[in-house]
Design a protein. Structure first.
Length: 214
């Protein structure tokens, strides 16, 4: 985890340094669309990170000052659990946050801007139990049936990002954030119920590029 954080922070700092030397742009962006590569790192031992590709877009140009921000950052993570002394993949937890917040943007030059914000909101969750986990509950504990439910939870995410334009048509973004999500997982079986407070936090690093459409 520490190594991934150092890589993420180092990448962000190098991007800021490179962006500061970029040449000035004279044309205003209205709408740009592209893709990004996302790295998710889970600090908790029972959760798993992942890498993914996604869409990224940009409206207008950045201006120095305070402003509102929104975010989704939906994700899924595999959950491990010890069942009868055996480490087992319990299933997949899906977390779907709806967040809003406030942040500050600083424009270094006509091509480079840095934004820091804090978002918070509510996340809807669901859980898909692995069939193999049901088998382990039956074989090691004697449970005749088992299911897992996930409770919705509050989420928060501080984040920082850099936008810079490498040409009049192409812009590059590097962002990093830490999403706090702590849902409850309830394991119901013929043996009873077990309520767990699960740490589904994720460190996230995005690297993406957009192309000006109009």
């Amino acid at each position: 985890m520490k190594q991934h954080v150092r890589i993420g922070v180092g990448t962000l700092l190098l991007t800021v340094a490179a962006a500061a030397s970029a040449y000035a742009q004279t044309e205003e962006h209205k709408f740009a669309l592209g893709g990004d590569f996302l790295v998710r790192v889970a600090p908790a031992d029972r959760a798993h990170g992942a890498n993914d590709f996604g869409l990224i877009w940009r409206f207008g140009r950045s201006h120095t000052g305070w402003g509102w921000a929104t975010g989704l950052n939906w994700f899924a993570t595999d959950v491990d659990q010890s069942i009868g002394g055996l480490s087992t993949e319990l299933g997949e937890l899906r977390v779907r946050p709806l967040m809003a917040g406030y942040g500050y943007t600083h424009v270094i030059n006509s091509r480079t801007s840095i934004q820091a914000d804090v978002l918070g909101g509510h996340a809807f969750t669901s859980f898909q139990l692995m069939p193999s986990a049901s088998d382990v509950y039956r074989d090691r504990l004697g449970a005749r049936s088992v299911n897992v439910t996930a409770g919705n939870t509050f989420v928060a995410k501080p984040a920082v990002g850099v936008w810079f334009d490498v040409s009049r048509k192409v812009g590059v973004n590097v962002s990093a954030g830490y999403l706090v999500a702590r849902p409850t997982l309830t394991v119901n079986s013929s043996l009873g119920s077990n309520v767990q407070h699960f740490q589904a936090d994720m460190f996230m690093l995005w690297v993406g590029a957009v192309y000006k459409i109009f």
